[in-house]
Design a protein around this ligand. Structure first.
Ligand code: 5U1
Length: 702
């Protein structure tokens, strides 16, 4: 009997062919190059699809030859497992902080230049000192350590001596090279700032607001990009950090191989920055050489004017003595170099008080609560309004009239209340609640399930929605009034020539011709187009009313089903649900629209103005197989997404509910069905799988 040889070496893995090794190297180099062009230079040179194709090819080769996988591969940015906690890192060269000049006027730059000149014992007749002027990013300081060209560690500043090892998260930042070119020194620590772009911050908060609106627990919005970036860097799970889409700018170095040991020799800070750029690090394009105080002041002013248009927050600019020899001569005091200063701009966050909470109605009927503020100078302008976004946000932040709040204004973004100083709240201040009526037209304001916003339902009548309603009505796929575009509607409404949709048909030549830039011919053309639009079709008219959720296809289905406008206007929700294209949300929206007397009145006036269409008999409708049946979907179905299953059930006349009760007819259960399945079994409700559902649906037309 032979025993297995426990110590025999395992079957050796096939040696990867040279062609594979070469291809992997070529793919990595090419992907690194394109990522650098895309993320750092903002100059993509291949389509995204081509990048994805190369990336997938590399992934496939690495999967086939795992022994060729290296941590610096572009496929390995989000590779690590969640950590229990961050390890401490002692900085080999401390991360200094920077002296701050809070005088936001030109004198701030002059003071620094005077100090430098004094420190260097320069006389009045000596030439200006050469500086490097940079941006002061509002993010968090980071040290990136490369050994033999590979990123081996990323550490936060911490107390300047000891920081936290956040390498896994920093690897997910596409702008940070995982590998450096061959001429980079054996040891290089790059110091810079991790930040979040404003558009990424807005998008992140929008996603957070949606999650909160849908009832997600433990989610919150972020106060500003800096906090969102700091939170991202300190995520224990790198997959979450990757979703934050952070960015990086380099502005200096820590430890670096000295020239005597094969490292590079730099004479100036500017030369150092340009070399970092050459090695693949993002360096802000605004970085400039500046001669003396005059050019520092000019830089401060120019960047101040550009500040709002920058895609990220800055809180000031930084001036540094350019000569490294002079920097060494000046040294530092209490962890701050004497050769550098941060010259601030007016803060982007300030304290003020809430005088009222008003409701603004947007062009599409969205109601937004807006805090009316005691005027406050923030981010360089005086702010008197700040958005509270929606009911959930206003409640979550619990902003009340009389509160002291922190307001933020950065860039072109609308000012925002970021938090309330609860310690300063006036006792008894009532909680904010969203009105149930549109403050502009008095129509009902409704919030649909799963949505964050309340909307005015007086679409045709509401002054706030007038322009949008007219444009929609005149659209070529709706009632079509040729030549009635954006600019003209703007002019007609702003000059008060038309106030409501029917006023369009009361327009006379004189009123039109009196408008700015309206030639006689154009006025005649518009009158002709309006005349033509009087003869329309029922689907076009229904679509033109701009009822929420009623697109062209639904309008056609309604017209086909009911034949006449009055029948649509008077239909109950149940009757509307009989229409092939109409589910509960759409039915409710139609019903609410026609329940507003103002909307009906506008329809009547349009008819009185001679807008006509051919009416027909209602279609003979075959009874739908799932009419009157209620379904609950639970778990993951093998072939249909939940939305698809829901759409198909509703199209067949059935209803889909969120929870199981005695009234439920069927529970459709997929993989990993949970408590709903248990409840269905307990209540004796029929449980079916996807196949059985498809069989029920097969009996449905279309
Ligand atoms: N641009 C820039 N920002 N920043 C921040 N340079 C710069 N340098 C810093 C800091 C804290 O510190 C060095 C002067 C040590």
């Amino acid at each position: 009997m032979s025993t297995p040889d426990l110590f025999a070496s395992p079957t050796p893995a096939p040696v990867p062919p040279a062609s594979v090794i070469e291809r992997i190297a070529a793919l990595r180099a090419e992907l690194d190059l394109h990522a650098h062009r895309y993320y750092v230079l903002d100059e993509p040179s291949i389509p995204d699809a081509e990048y994805d194709r190369l990336f997938k090819e590399l992934q496939a080769l690495e999967a086939a030859y795992p022994e060729l996988l290296t941590p610096d591969s572009p496929t390995q940015r989000v590779g690590g497992k969640p950590l229990a906690q961050f390890a401490s890192v002692r900085h080999r060269i401390p991360m200094l902080s920077i002296r701050t000049e809070t005088d936001t006027e030109a004198t701030g730059a002059q003071n620094f230049d005077l100090r430098v000149r004094k420190e260097l014992a320069l006389s009045d007749s000596s030439p200006p000192v050469e500086y490097v002027a940079e941006l002061k990013f509002d993010g968090l300081a980071m040290s990136l350590r490369y050994e033999n060209g590979i990123l081996v560690q990323a550490a936060t500043r911490g107390d300047g001596e000891v920081g936290e090892d956040v390498t896994q998260n920093i690897r997910t930042i596409r702008q940070i090279p995982l590998r450096l070119p061959a001429d980079a020194p054996p040891v290089l620590e790059v110091r810079g700032e991790v930040y979040m772009r404003r558009d990424e911050f807005e998008a992140l908060n929008e996603r957070q607001r949606e999650k909160i609106a849908q009832g997600a627990k433990g989610e919150k919005t972020f106060v500003n990009p800096r906090n969102a970036a700091a939170g991202g860097v300190r995520q224990l799970d790198p997959a979450i950090a990757a979703q934050r889409r952070l960015s990086f700018f380099a502005y200096g170095v820590g430890e670096i191989t000295p020239p005597g040991e094969g490292g590079p020799a730099f004479d100036t800070h500017f030369e150092l920055l340009m070399t970092l750029k050459k090695w693949g690090f993002p360096v802000a394009a605004q970085t400039r050489l500046a001669q003396g105080a005059t050019e520092l002041i000019a830089f401060h002013q120019t960047i101040g004017q550009q500040r709002d248009q920058l895609p990220y927050d800055i809180d000031g600019v930084v001036y540094k003595v350019n000569s490294l020899a002079l920097q060494r001569r000046m040294g530092f005091v209490s962890r701050e170099p004497r050769w550098a200063v941060a010259h601030k701009y007016p803060a982007q966050e300030q304290l003020t008080t809430v005088q009222a909470i008003d409701i603004q109605v947007g062009r599409t009927g969205k109601l937004t609560p807006v805090a009316k503020l005691a005027p406050v100078f923030v981010g360089g302008v005086t702010v008197t309004n700040a958005t509270l976004h929606n009911e959930d946000e206003a409640r979550r932040k619990d902003v009340r009239v009389g509160d002291t709040v922190i307001v933020r204004r950065a860039g072109d973004v609308i000012p925002e209340v970021v938090s309330v100083r609860l310690d300063k709240r006036v006792p008894g201040a009532p909680q904010f609640s969203m009105p149930r009526q549109c403050p502009v037209c008095g129509s009902a304001a409704v919030r649909e399930e799963g949505e964050a916003d309340y909307r005015c339902t007086g679409g045709l009548f509401c002054a706030a929605q007038r322009k949008e309603a007219i444009l929609h009505y005149a659209h070529k796929r709706a009632v079509e009034v040729e030549g009635l575009g954006d600019k003209l509607v703007e002019q007609l409404v702003d000059t008060g020539v038309i106030r409501t949709l029917p006023d369009l048909y009361r327009l006379g030549f004189t009123a039109l011709a009196s408008l700015d830039r309206m030639a006689e011919k154009s006025a005649n053309n518009l009158i002709e187009a309006l005349e033509k639009s009087r003869h329309t079709t029922l689907p076009r008219f229904v679509f033109g009313l701009g009822i929420r959720h009623v697109g062209e296809a639904t309008a056609k289905a309604l017209a086909r089903h009911f034949g006449q406008l009055d029948a649509i206007m008077d239909a109950t929700e149940e009757q509307l649900l009989e229409v092939a294209d109409v589910g509960p949300i759409v039915a409710k929206s139609i019903r609410t629209f026609f329940d507003q007397p103002h909307n009906r009145e506008v329809v009547e006036q349009l008819r009185a103005c001679g807008v006509t269409w051919e009416e027909g008999a209602p279609a003979v409708v075959a009874p739908r197989p799932l009419s009157g049946k209620t379904f609950v979907i639970t778990g993951t179905l093998p072939g249909l997404s939940r939305d698809e299953a829901k759409d198909r059930i509703e199209a067949a006349g059935g209803k889909v509910a969120g929870s199981v009760s005695k009234k439920t007819d069927y529970v459709v259960a997929g993989a990993e069905a949970g408590s709903k399945l248990v409840k269905a079994e307990a209540l004796g409700v029929a449980v079916i799988d996807e196949a059985a559902l498809l069989a029920l649906l097969a009996a449905a037309p279309g």
